[in-house]
Structure formats: structure tokens, C-alpha cells
Ligand binder design. Structure first.
Ligand code: HEC
Ligand code: HEC
Length: 194
């Protein structure tokens, strides 16, 4: 018969293995995502958002919405419907923790200056510190892909993507050109430092 001590050892070895398996599972889950979002969440594909350093809670909600069709997407079967809550949470945590740098983008200095004024008046309340911080659960915007930001503002305006709490008020009175300028401002910012 197995001694109590031996069964403790076997049990300990199994727990150790399970803890060790956590990282490879995220690698396997994010492998198809890396094709567009990059291995560390820094995308090098046009119109594709960076996921690195994004708020974990925002990513978790967003990935679930993409899996269940709760958010409009140009990518068919974007996130597998089979992903469990635990898997979604692990992937969100992985991208949120990534500190890989985002590439510097070509932005128009005149639009950046115009966008800064619009940002300060209309966007800073929820996307503070030039988009490096968050209030009211808003996603971090600094250094995000320019074309992605522009496209999302259009989806919000057209109603295809649902405005978050009070963001509709912030957009009121702004023209498409004003929103493009705000996008240039966000895209021109370094994600991690001024
Ligand atoms: C074929 C390219 C492609 C693949 C593969 C892909 N994505 Fe995306 N992803 C996009 C594009 C493009 C967008 C921009 C909006 C849209 O069209 O859905 C996006 C948007 C997102 C967003 C929203 C980001 C934000 O700031 O709101 C999340 C989260 C996301 N993808 C997660 C994933 C995950 C997780 C996977 C892997 C299961 C994945 N994506 C696979 C191209 C891709
Ligand atoms: C009252 C708070 C609030 C204000 C003010 C606000 N936002 Fe937002 N914003 C949010 C929230 C919350 C979300 C997340 C929406 C969601 O979950 O779909 C968001 C999301 C976004 C996104 C999508 C980002 C992504 O990764 O997909 C863009 C683009 C955006 N905001 C631009 C702006 C611009 C431009 C302004 C100023 C004109 C602005 N926001 C003002 C709260 C706000």
C-alpha cells in the first residue's frame, strides 16, 4: 500500500505540473491572434488595434463580446465561441501585462494640435493623461493604431458600435474631421511615457 508520504509527494507533483501548464495554455490560445495582433499584442497589420498594456477588465469584456457577437467586427469567427470565462480572463491578463513598445506612427502635426484641443475639452475626463490612463472604465488610447481609432469613432457615430456610458455626450457637436483630429492626437502619444 502507498504510504501517506508517497501520496502527498505524487499529489504535490501533479499540482506543480498544473501550475506549470498555465503559461503554455495562453501561448496556444493566443497563437491564432498573433497573426494580426502580434505575439506580444503589438500589431503590425493595418487597421488592427494593439492589445498590449490595455486595461485587463476592458480586454476581458471585449474578448467576450467578440466571441459572443456582442461587438461588431470585420473578422469572421474573431474569437472562438468555445473559449471559457477562465480562458478569456487568462488571455486578457496576458495582453494587459505586455510592456512591448508600440511603433511610432505617422501623424499630421496640424491635426495633432487641433486634436489636442478637442481632446482636452471632450475626451480627457474618461481618457485622462493624454490617453495613458482610464476613468469610467474607458480603454487606454495612447499610441493606439490611428486607422483603428478613426474607424471605431465612425462605428460609434453610426450606431454600429454602442456608445459607452456618457460617451455619446462627448461626441455631440463634433464633426468627422474633429474626431479624426482627436484620433491623430491619441495615435501620436507614447503609450508609457510623455
Ligand atoms: C485576421 C486578423 C485578426 C485575428 C486573427 C484576430 N484579430 Fe482581433 N482584431 C482584428 C481587427 C482588424 C480588429 C479591429 C476591429 C474588428 O474589425 O474586429 C480587432 C479587434 C480586437 C479587439 C478589440 C480591441 C479594442 O481595443 O477594443 C480585441 C480585444 C481582439 N481583437 C482580440 C483578439 C483575440 C483574443 C484574437 C485571437 C483569438 C484575435 N483578436 C484574432 C484582427 C484580428
Ligand atoms: C464619459 C466617458 C467618456 C468620454 C468623455 C469619452 N470616452 Fe471614449 N470610451 C469610453 C468608454 C467607457 C469606452 C469603452 C467602450 C466600450 O466598452 O465599448 C470608450 C471607448 C472609446 C474608443 C474605442 C477604443 C477601442 O480600443 O476600441 C474610442 C476610439 C474612443 N473612446 C474615443 C473617444 C474620443 C475621441 C472622445 C472625445 C471626443 C472620447 N472617447 C470621450 C468613455 C468615454
Amino acid at each position: 500500500m502507498m504510504s501517506i508520504r508517497t501520496s502527498f509527494l505524487i499529489c504535490g507533483a501533479l499540482i506543480g505540473q498544473a501550475a506549470f501548464a498555465a503559461t503554455p495554455a495562453v501561448d496556444a490560445l493566443t497563437k491564432p491572434c498573433a497573426e494580426c495582433h502580434g505575439v506580444a499584442g503589438v500589431s503590425n497589420v493595418a487597421k488592427t488595434p494593439h492589445l498590449n498594456g490595455q486595461l485587463e477588465t476592458y480586454l476581458e469584456e471585449d474578448i467576450a463580446a467578440l466571441a459572443k457577437g456582442g461587438r461588431v467586427s470585420g473578422i469572421p469567427n474573431h474569437v472562438p465561441l468555445t473559449w471559457t470565462g477562465t480562458e478569456i480572463a487568462a488571455v486578457a491578463k496576458f495582453y494587459a501585462a505586455s510592456k512591448a513598445p508600440r511603433p511610432v506612427q505617422d501623424t499630421d502635426p496640424q491635426l495633432v494640435a487641433k486634436g489636442q484641443a478637442i481632446y482636452e475639452k471632450h475626451c480627457a475626463e474618461c481618457h485622462p493623461d493624454n490617453g495613458r490612463q482610464s476613468d469610467h472604465d474607458a480603454p487606454l488610447m495612447a499610441g493606439q493604431n490611428l486607422e483603428y481609432i478613426m474607424e471605431q469613432t465612425r462605428l460609434f457615430v453610426s450606431g454600429k458600435r454602442k456608445f459607452a456610458f456618457m460617451m455619446g455626450d462627448a461626441f455631440r457637436g463634433l464633426s468627422p474631421a474633429d474626431l479624426d483630429a482627436a484620433a491623430h492626437f491619441f495615435a501620436s502619444q507614447n503609450q508609457f511615457k510623455k
